[in-house]
Design a protein around this ligand. Structure first.
Ligand code: NAD
Length: 277
């Protein structure tokens, strides 16, 4: 196989959690462009239907499948696993990408109730349930299929905030009293660091069974954030800009394909240099 052929994902079935979200769809494009089939799992039925329709039009009907699914529901994951095995006979890739993503930057509505001192335990449990418990359940269900056949790849989507603490100064808003200020929620840090722990655990646990597990740490992706926030954030990034939404696709292909066949337990940071500063 040539070096370039190792990037190909022909006949690979890739499950993407939160696959109908902003970056999930981009992960799907990456899988499809490399020749694989993207299976989108998302709790939002409308978003799944729309994503499947758009990706089918953009590529082909065979390249994408979608399920309205709650990744925190183990029996639902087992059902989908069985459906995929009945149809394809194998599951090759899992991308743990789903998250509750409360937006706290720019013009987001006031989120003062998520300041650490009073962070609601309901939100703590709900965020961890999706971001960590859901990832563990999917890893158990889909990863076990891979371990049984001796081959597979798991990619956990962490964040630059899985490496460093959020710089809360960039979420502050001029003119608001201290108790009104918005912060990046504690759950974001805990989940993104936790996914790195899950990555190292599963990478070593299943190393001999041929299942690789790695984590990708993307930094902020441009999605129409307002100018004030953009300036504060990009001042923290040596390259001076946010990522473009298409800029992770080639890293995704590398990390889930045989191009990275000797990589496991690795934490790949793609952040315009932010974590160097
Ligand atoms: N967008 C960024 O700038 C950025 C930067 C670094 C890391 N990330 C990480 O990338 C991942 C994707 O981010 P995004 O910006 O696309 O977010 P997003 O909110 O657009 O997508 C998340 C998706 O997860 C789905 N989801 C939530 N709970 C679920 C559940 N219980 N079961 C199934 N699906 C569920 C949502 O419906 C949504 O479609 C997240 O893990 C995020 O933390 C994003």
């Amino acid at each position: 196989m040539t070096a370039m052929e190792r990037f190909m994902l022909s006949n690979k079935i890739a499950v993407i959690t939160g696959g109908a979200g902003f970056l999930g769809r981009k992960h799907a494009e990456a899988i499809i462009e490399a020749g694989g089939t993207a299976v989108l799992l998302d709790i939002s039925e409308q978003a799944v239907d729309e994503a499947v329709r758009e990706l089918s039009n953009q590529y082909s009907k065979e390249a994408v499948e979608g399920f309205k699914a709650d990744i925190t529901d183990r029996s639902c994951m087992e059902e989908i696993k069985q459906k995929l095995l009945d149809k394809h006979g194998h599951i090759d890739i899992l991308i743990n990408n789903a998250a509750n993503n409360p937006k706290v930057e720019g013009n987001a509505k006031n989120m003062k109730n998520i300041q650490f001192e009073n962070f609601p335990m309901e939100m703590w449990e709900d965020d961890l349930k999706v971001g960590l418990t859901g990832a563990v359940i999917c890893t158990q269900v889909f990863g076990s299929v891979m371990a049984q056949v001796g081959r597979g790849v798991i990619l956990n989507i962490s964040s630059d905030l899985g490496i460093i603490a959020p710089d809360q100064r960039i979420y502050r808003k001029e003119g608001l009293a201290e108790e009104e200020q918005t912060v990046k929620p504690v759950t974001y840090s805990v989940i993104k660091h936790g996914l790195i722990g899950l990555t190292k655990y599963t990478a070593t646990y299943w190393a001999k069974q041929g299942v690789r597990a790695n984590a990708l740490c993307p930094a902020g992706v441009f999605n129409g954030q307002d100018e004030v926030f953009l300036e504060k954030l990009t001042n923290l990034v040596p390259m001076g800009r946010m990522a473009d939404k298409d800029e992770y696709k080639s890293t995704i292909v590398y990390m889930v394909s045989d191009a990275s066949s000797y990589m496991t337990g690795s934490i790949v940071i793609v952040d315009g240099g932010r974590t160097c500063w």
